[in-house]
Design a protein around this ligand. Structure first.
Ligand code: FE2
Length: 288
């Protein structure tokens, strides 16, 4: 069986060109799978492609998209969707994921993940696009909850119920970003565990954790440029205990530290993962 046909499980790392050379040379055992953004590889050869090929020899690969946000209202780019489908088949990912947000308008990419209003209308729009993307890639598809900074009005759903509504309408899957839940909960004053309690465990196929930045005024910004904080480790343990064994990605996209620092985080995540799975079996408390 090749690495591609193995199931992604445990803790994974994002394959980023800044760390790929040493990471691929050392191929650490503690990393169980890798995640890639198709946008970095489609239509591109050279060094990027050689890194991907080496990673595929060693690990299962999961894919996570950046350019087909589910809140967008414009028609899908059919040429790109064909390329994406080919790429996903080539790397043998078990599913593909995208963000539940707004990312382009008037033909221009906004290069940011902007929040949707948590309304029935937005849920309907996102669910419709979700179905069209899933049909185009002909593969299991999941949406990811994002971090946001603009307060919502009082007339909609809360974020957890909005996600549940999209799940209900699509019958699809979810990539639960635990750091995003935590960041939003601190910025907008809700209980992050209550959010996770509302996520149907059987619909979650994957999780993300990352570090975030705390501004002097207390606002938390999802930077993917800091170590994961203790509260997010703790919330991950809670989420894993709720959901069960799904692959967890350590996202680090900015200020990427030396490999040993990333691997120290992978080891801590592995302990939390193993503890949570044991706790599910025994009913014991989770300790981060
Ligand atoms: Fe994420």
């Amino acid at each position: 069986m090749s690495a591609n046909e193995k199931k992604a499980e445990g803790i994974g790392l994002g394959l980023r060109v800044d760390m790929a050379a040493r990471f691929l040379d050392e191929a650490p055992e503690s990393v169980r799978w890798v995640e890639v953004h198709p946008e970095n590889y489609i239509g591109r050869g050279g060094l990027y492609r050689s890194y991907l090929d080496r990673a595929r020899e060693r690990w299962p690969v999961l894919t996570h998209g950046l350019s087909t946000c589910l809140g967008d209202t414009e028609a899908l780019d059919t040429e790109y969707m064909g390329q994406l489908r080919g790429f996903l088949g080539e790397v043998g990912t078990g599913w593909h994921s995208e963000h539940l947000c707004f990312g382009s308008g008037a033909g221009a990419a906004l290069h940011d993940l902007l929040p949707l209003p948590f309304t029935d209308e937005a849920a309907r729009t996102a669910a419709d696009r979700f179905g069209r993307v899933r049909d185009a890639i002909d593969l299991e598809f999941a949406f990811e909850n994002v971090s946001y900074y603009a307060p919502q009005g009082d007339d909609g759903l809360d974020e957890a119920r909005f996600c549940a509504e999209v799940l209900e309408r699509t019958g699809g899957k979810m990539l639960l970003d635990v750091n995003n839940v935590y960041v939003n909960s601190r910025n907008f004053g809700f209980d992050p565990r209550a959010f996770i309690d509302l996520v149907p465990p059987d619909r979650v196929v994957q999780m993300h954790v990352a570090g975030h930045f705390v501004r002097d005024d207390g606002l938390r910004i999802d930077t993917h440029g800091e170590p994961v904080c203790d509260d997010v480790y703790e919330l991950l343990g809670y989420a894993l205990r709720h959901v069960g064994p799904v692959p967890v990605l350590l996202e680090r996209d900015n200020d990427i530290p030396p490999l040993e620092d990333l691997l120290a985080e992978v080891e801590r995540l592995t302990r939390i993962y193993d503890d949570a799975m044991r706790a599910r079996e025994t009913g014991a408390e989770v300790h981060p």
